[in-house]
Design a protein around this ligand. Structure first.
Ligand code: N01
Length: 560
């Protein structure tokens, strides 16, 4: 039975959440806890967000499953049992469904519904949110939980429509089984999605051709089933573990490095890198020394270590060299965690095409033509990534104060305070958006921090009779400058990557995430809460505008 709510102008809600992935579902849970009438609009035909859409063969989380999960419920921690060190996409999706059932979340999720427009009514302090199903709902608060990696990048290769075989994008994989058995398959793209799917497709395909423009730094996952003893041991100390995660720099628990790579002798350094390589942790190598992301020479020591591993795995030296990243420092594009990626190129039916020397000219009716000739294919898999961080917020019309759209405001790049509220767009919050730690951290820890901050903020507004919160332009300017200044101390901004918006034609260039660490970010957000949101303008209901002031607002309920 469809029990989803049917909000309309005549039946307003207190909060609209965009997206029913990990962020949106937790936001719903927390807002319900405040007693807010909340509706979640989800474009997909089921919940799960990233883990609903990215169901390509080999899709798997590259943060350990015991860390990559919600921490807000000790009972949930005890109840759910992960089967592998790194959970596969189907297992994570099962977990999301389990959470939704456990906390009875589905009844406020409206599926198959894409938000098309949100417009702010300055006179009433209300948003009007429209959807592609013709619904319009009036709401005080809007929370964009639409994901930092949810708008797939169109590869923009000419001729794609003429191909008579099958095409797939890793981020829009069909829900039906796809068989590559006996087929000639191409994968375009060697980022994390490509690196995960290539070994699995190679197991099925008769022939696999990988079209690589930029090689990845891929680190071995050493995935394995979890032993019942280690699960029991973790469950016994989960509360302390979760607390340590919350206080950590990036949402995973580790001892921060204290020494420079350049002040360490080569033998000792190599031994340290070997240990990190054997750990199977995505950030293992990054955590070895203090200067990996700030000093090119230090970075080159680890980059060369990874290249040595590629050379020792890939038997053909020419292929090994093509797979070796040399045009950007280690981890300035996101590193990948792999299972058998490099060894796949030793298989006789797997071929690597270097697009730097033989670029794609066009997709043809029969396959892909590079400057070197035509590759005849049955299927093409685009593993070409996303319009990251800003893509989902700019995908629909958001009209703020004075009729200014978010697209207009962000024409030169995103601007917001703490990555949470953009000045001129009151009562509109973003989870995992640009200018926050998001993609540089273990996502569930970051999203919980932001969802909890947003929830506390809304509780404060309601408790103090405020109906509007907006970032001050000065605080926003300071935050943007702070984010840019911290990023400038690293090797990140100089590299063309999705971190800097360079993968999308016409997208303004700038490092999009906060590099200061989740711990420091949390402290800055908490300070706002403690100090009564001094970087924001809080306003009382429009009818009482004459007495509107930040501090002397009457106590009253929201009252839509
Ligand atoms: O996308 P990407 P992704 N012609 O942008 C190439 C997360 N994630 O989906 O680098 C030819 O990294 C492009 O080449 P280049 C994770 O944060 C997490 O793989 O632009 N090639 C690149 O090789 C990750 O970083 C998990 O030169 C083209 C590739 O396509 C993020 O999602 C798993 C091209 C795109 O790589 C994105 O990863 C998977 C063209 N026209 C992903 N256009 C987890 O495990 C693009 N490319 C949690």
């Amino acid at each position: 039975m469809d029990t989803a709510p049917t909000p309309s102008a005549a039946h307003p809600v207190d909060a609209v959440v965009v997206g029913a992935g990990l962020s949106g579902l937790y936001q719903l849970h927390r807002l319900r806890g405040l007693g807010l009438r909340t509706v979640v609009f989800e474009a997909g035909d089921d919940i799960g967000g990233t883990w609903y859409w990215n169901r390509y063969p080999g899709a798997r989380c590259d943060v350990e499953s015991t860390s990559y999960s919600y921490s807000f419920s000790p009972e949930l921690d005890q109840d759910w049992v992960w089967s592998e060190r790194y959970a596969s996409q189907p297992e994570i999706l099962r977990y999301v469904h389990h959470v939704a059932d456990r906390f009875d979340l589905r009844r406020d999720v409206v599926l198959n519904t894409r938000v098309t427009r949100a417009a702010y009514d300055e006179d009433r302090h209300l948003w009007s949110v429209s959807t592609d199903t013709g619904r319009t709902v009036t709401t005080r608060f809007v929370i964009l939980a639409s994901g930092c990696m949810s708008v797939p990048k169109d590869p923009g290769i000419p001729g794609a429509d003429s191909f008579t075989g099958s095409t797939y994008h890793t981020a829009r994989w069909p829900h039906e089984d796809v068989s590559f058995t006996g087929k000639k398959v191409a994968v375009i793209g060697t980022g994390c999605s490509g690196v995960q799917t290539i070994p699995v497709i190679a197991e099925q395909a008769a022939a696999l051709t990988v079209f690589q423009r930029t090689p990845a730094y891929a680190l071995p996952a050493h995935n394995r089933p979890l032993r019942s003893t280690e699960v029991a041991e973790l469950k016994a100390r989960y509360p302390e573990f979760r607390q340590a995660q919350r206080l950590s720099r990036g949402g995973t628990v580790f001892e921060p490095p204290t020494r420079s790579a350049l002040e360490t002798g080569e033998a000792e350094r190599t031994a340290t890198y070997e240990t990190a390589w054997a750990s199977g942790l995505l950030s293992g190598l990054l955590r070895t020394y203090t200067d990996i992301l700030t000093d090119e020479k230090a970075n080159e020591t680890v980059a060369e270590f990874v290249r040595s591993k590629i050379r020792s795995t890939v038997t053909d030296p020419a292929t090994a060299e093509l797979l070796s990243p040399r045009t950007y420092p280690f981890a300035t594009k996101r590193p990948c965690l792999d299972t058998g990626y490099y060894a796949t190129y030793n298989l006789p039916h797997v071929k690597l095409v270097d697009l730097r020397t033989t670029p794609i000219e066009t997709i043809t009716r029969r396959g892909i033509r590079t400057s070197d000739g035509e590759h005849i294919l049955d299927a093409i898999v685009f593993a070409t990534g996303f319009d990251a961080l800003t893509g989902s917020q700019l995908a629909f019309d958001i009209v703020g104060k004075n009729g200014v759209t978010l697209r207009e405001k962000w024409v030169d790049g995103p601007r917001s305070h703490l990555g949470l509220v953009s000045a001129g767009f009151p009562n509109l919050f973003t989870v995992l958006g640009p200018l926050s730690p998001s993609v540089l951290t273990n996502i569930p820890v970051s999203l919980e921090q932001q969802v909890e901050w947003i929830t506390d903020c809304i509780a404060y507004l309601r408790g103090h009779g405020f109906t509007e919160i907006d970032a001050t332009p000065a605080a926003e300017a300071d935050w943007c400058a702070h984010v840019a200044e911290l990023a400038a101390r690293t090797l990140y901004p100089a590299v063309a990557s999705w971190y800097t918006g360079a993968n999308i034609a016409g997208k303004p260039r700038g490092f999009l995430a906060y590099t200061g660490g989740l711990d420091r970010y949390r402290e800055k957000c908490d300070a706002e809460t403690r100090n009564g949101y001094t970087s924001f303008t809080l306003s009382t209901p429009p009818s009482s505008k004459a007495v509107s002031t930040r501090r002397s607002a009457p106590q009253s309920s929201l009252g839509l």
